[in-house]
Design a protein around this ligand. Structure first.
Ligand code: SF4
Length: 148
């Protein structure tokens, strides 16, 4: 199985600690985090993805806003830097330890965070990163960190 993700969720998944917009959103996201942690790969897509799914039936879901597409553009550039190439929809990404270590380091250093400008979760994600990514749901727990 493959998890379909839009580009900025390649960043959001790094600091996901189990909570989100609504209970249904969080439940779905936690299942996706388990699948990614179990080794499923990611297909990069444009537009609403598997994480957005519980929100997409809302009236005017924010997942369709131009500002969110802008986030995707910035995130694709930043994560593409990690791979040394431009990321495009259809790309397959394996969220293995190497990818997660590199992505976490870039996130903590602020090198990949142009996509986060104006996001309501900015402070929370910053605290998670500065806390050594303790409690995150995707990937193995970082050294010294554990799942909450
Ligand atoms: S600040 Fe927002 S866009 Fe950036 S990783 Fe956190 S939730 Fe995602």
């Amino acid at each position: 199985m493959t998890v379909r993700l839009r580009a900025h969720h390649l960043l959001c998944m790094l600091t996901f600690i189990g909570e989100g917009y609504t209970p249904a959103f969080s439940r779905n996201y936690r299942r996706i985090a388990e699948r990614l942690s179990a080794g499923e790969d990611i297909e990069l897509i444009s537009g609403p993805d598997d994480i957005c799914a519980p929100l997409i039936s809302e009236t005017e879901p924010h997942c369709l806003r131009a500002s969110v597409e802008d986030r995707d553009m910035h995130a694709a550039l930043a994560v593409g830097e990690l791979f040394g190439r431009k990321l495009v929809p259809g790309e397959r990404i394996v969220p293995d330890d190497t990818f997660l270590d590199d992505a976490r380091a870039a996130f903590l250093a602020g090198e990949s965070r142009a996509a986060c400008a104006g996001c309501e979760w900015f402070g929370l994600c910053t605290r998670v990163a500065e806390g050594g990514f303790a409690g995150v749901r995707v990937g193995r727990p970082p050294l010294g960190g554990g799942r909450t």
